[in-house]
Design a binder for this molecule. Structure first.
Ligand code: Y39
Ligand code: FE
Ligand code: FE
Length: 230
C-alpha cells in the first residue's frame, strides 16, 4: 500500500528526479561493468568453472546495456565519473585480492557482497521504477540470484579451508557497503527507495548466503556487526 502511494507521487520527469537518476543509474551501470570484469577475472582464477563464470560475465554485460537504455528512456545522462569513484574502493580491493590469487576474497566481494547489494537495490527499486525500467530490472534480478548462488555453492563446497579468509574479507569489505549506502541515501530517497529497506534487504540476502555456506547464527551476527562500525 505505501508503495502504491509512492508510485502515484513519483514524477519521473522532474529535474530533481533526473538529477538523482543521473547518479543512481550511473552507479548501476558502473556496477554491472565492474561485475562483468570481475567474473572474467574469476574465470581465469577458477579454470574448472570458467565456462559458467564467462556466462555470468555476459549476463552482467546485458544488464549494463539494459540500464543504459533506462537512462536513455528518461533522457538522463549518467554521471559515470561519480559512479567510478563510488565503486573504486570495493573494486580496488577485488583487484588487489585477484593480484594475490585470493579467490575466496574475490568471491566474497563480487558474488556475496556486490550481488547482495544488487538484489537489495533492485528489489527495492522495482515497485517505484518507471514502467520501462521496471521491466528491465525484473529481468535482471533473476540473474543476480543465480550469481549469488554461484558464490554460495563454491564457498560451501570449500567451507573449512575458506572460512578464515572469508571472515577477513567480510571484515575488510562490509564497512564499505555501509559507507556506500550512506552516500547514496539521499538520491535513493528521491527515487522512492528508503535506506532502511535497502539495509534490511541487503542483510537478508547476505545473511542467508552465509547461512547456506555453513556459518552458525552466532558467526553471522558477529560478521554482520562489522558493517555497523562504518
Ligand atoms: O552483480 C551485479 O550485477 C552488481 C553490479 C550490480 C550492483 C549494482 C549496485 C547497485 C547499488 C545501487 C544503489 C542504489 C540505491
Ligand atoms: Fe548484474
Ligand atoms: Fe550480478
Amino acid at each position: 500500500m505505501p508503495q502504491l502511494e509512492a508510485i502515484a507521487e513519483i514524477d519521473f520527469n522532474t529535474d530533481t528526479y533526473k538529477d538523482a537518476y543521473s547518479r543512481i543509474n550511473a552507479i548501476v551501470i558502473e556496477g554491472e561493468q565492474v561485475a562483468h570484469d570481475n567474473y572474467i577475472k574469476l574465470g581465469e582464477m577458477l579454470p574448472e568453472n570458467k565456462d559458467e563464470l564467462l556466462s555470468l560475465s555476459k549476463m552482467e554485460n546485458r544488464h549494463m546495456k539494459g540500464f543504459q537504455a533506462c537512462g536513455r528512456n528518461l533522457e538522463v545522462t549518467a554521471d559515470m565519473d561519480y559512479a567510478h569513484q563510488f565503486f573504486s574502493q570495493l573494486h580496488q580491493n577485488f583487484k588487489d585480492a585477484a593480484a594475490q590469487g585470493k579467490v575466496v576474497t574475490c568471491l566474497v566481494i563480487q558474488s556475496l557482497i556486490i550481488e547482495s547489494f544488487a538484489i537489495a537495490a533492485y528489489n527495492i527499486y522495482i515497485p517505484v521504477a518507471d514502467p520501462f525500467a521496471r521491466k528491465i530490472t525484473e529481468g535482471v534480478i533473476k540473474d543476480e540470484y543465480m550469481h549469488l548462488n554461484f558464490g554460495e555453492e563454491w564457498l560451501k563446497a570449500h567451507f573449512e579451508e575458506s572460512k578464515a579468509e572469508l571472515q577477513e574479507a567480510n571484515k575488510q569489505n562490509l564497512p564499505l557497503v555501509w559507507k556506500m549506502l550512506n552516500e547514496v541515501e539521499n538520491d535513493a530517497h528521491i527515487l522512492g527507495m528508503e535506506k532502511d529497506a535497502l539495509v534490511e534487504d541487503f542483510m537478508i540476502a547476505y545473511g542467508e548466503a552465509l547461512n547456506n555456506i555453513g556459518f552458525s547464527n552466532r558467526e553471522i551476527m558477529r560478521m554482520s556487526a562489522h558493517g555497523l562500525t562504518a
